[in-house]
Design a protein around this ligand. Structure first.
Ligand code: PLP
Length: 377
């Protein structure tokens, strides 16, 4: 099996899978209980929180564990909206993840106005347009750091500086950038992270908050997580997340260099095979692990299914609904035509991939491309 869809999810590190049942045995006490086995669960959580906080240079109380980034994003947007008395405008990019865009849609039904900032053809947001869109009603600016379909990295520091200058809370979805890119946390009030993008299991994430902005929690109940996210903590997965972060931090340089090397090998090989491919946002810096390719004269779906038949897994940014491919809203926002988005395939590499994986994939693309090209004629 060759898995090249690491922006969708990653395979948990072996060291984590190996330990899950022993952590479950050891740390089953409820962290809210005052007796010793409860308190030992509590201390595991606090140790993990402290470790993760350090990776972002923030204090432990700023880190709130959640079940996933979707929950983090919902908490941040709805929480800010809830405390807003008179302001009712939120500025987002048009290429936010669905968990942000659809929360925005929900809030627009509650009377909020969602304004989308302009972007250029490479998918970078227009900072002057952002400034123009800010007014006395702006309650939040939310811009994703690294886009999950294209890998485009936003200049999050400059955006954060604008937010600070206008004294508006700034939120960034850092799901695809955490650890891989520098995150200027001093300019970001709220950010979201998902464990399963960095080789932890699915079902764990966190948010970083700015404690001076007292937003409403999404979940009310027993008051866990400083009263900000009630519900008995998922200790085993919090421990797993800490371990994944630890492995990433320990090997950061090796991992990042490896990912860039695999990506370069792939892009160069692909250009030799099919010279008229288009690499999305090739002129700007993109994440080490993501490349979005627009192939000439095929439907992405056909190539994806061909590769699937060879046990190679890649994806299309386009969502499949009712059996048909919908054009990717991200690529449409970048200015691509519907027809071009239907030809786009996303390859995303992981630290478990090898050069052999890339060479085999290129070999299969060579064979598969010739076959699927015929489907259009
Ligand atoms: N934000 C981005 C950029 C993502 O890529 C994803 C996952 O696809 C999410 C948010 C949602 O993450 P989760 O699966 O943890 O809810």
């Amino acid at each position: 099996m060759i898995y090249l869809d690491n922006a969708a999810t990653t395979k948990p590190f072996k060291e984590i899978l190996k330990n899950l049942s022993s952590w479950g045995e050891k740390y089953f006490g409820n962290p809210s209980s005052i007796y010793s086995i409860g308190q030992s669960s509590k201390s595991v959580i606090e140790k993990s929180r402290k470790f993760i906080a350090k990776t972002l240079n923030v204090s432990s109380e700023d880190i709130i564990f959640t079940s996933c980034a979707t929950e983090s994003n919902n908490t941040i947007l709805k929480g800010i909206a809830d405390i807003s008395k008179t302001k009712n405008e939120i500025i987002l990019s048009p290429f936010e993840h669905k968990s942000v865009l659809n929360t925005g849609k929900y809030l627009s039904r509650k009377g909020f106005k969602i304004k989308f900032v302009k972007i250029d053809k490479n998918g970078l947001i227009d900072i002057e347009d952002l400034k123009r869109k800010i007014n006395s009603k702006t309650v939040l600016i939310g811009i994703i750091h690294v886009n999950n379909e294209t890998g485009v990295i936003q200049d999050i520091k400059s955006i954060g500086k604008v937010a600070k200058e206008f004294d508006i809370p700034f939120f960034s979805d850092t799901v695809q950038s955490y650890i891989k890119e520098e995150i200027p946390t001093e300019y970001i009030d709220f950010l979201s992270v998902s464990g399963h993008k960095i080789n932890a299991p699915k079902g764990i994430g966190f948010l970083k908050r700015n404690r001076s902005i007292d937003i409403t929690p999404l979940l009310h109940g027993g008051g866990q997580e400083y009263g900000f996210r009630s519900g008995t903590e998922n200790i085993i997965y919090i421990k797993a997340l800490e371990k994944a972060v630890y492995i990433w931090i320990e090997n950061r340089e090796i991992f990042i260099n490896k990912l860039y090397k695999l990506k370069r090998l792939f892009i160069n090989g692909l250009k030799e095979l099919i010279p008229d491919i288009k690499i999305v946002s090739e002129d700007v810096k993109t994440a080490p692990n993501i490349v979005n390719v627009i192939f000439p004269k095929i439907k992405a779906q056909d190539l994806i299914l061909y590769l699937n038949s060879k046990n190679i897994f890649v994806s299309s940014g386009s969502a499949c609904s009712s059996g048909s491919l919908q054009p990717s809203y991200v690529l449409l926002a970048y200015g691509f035509t519907e027809e071009e988005t239907i030809r786009a395939v996303r390859f995303s590499f992981g630290v478990q991939n090898t050069e052999e994986d890339i060479l085999t994939t290129l070999e299969e693309i060579k064979k598969g491309y010739t076959i699927v090209k015929r489907f259009l004629h």
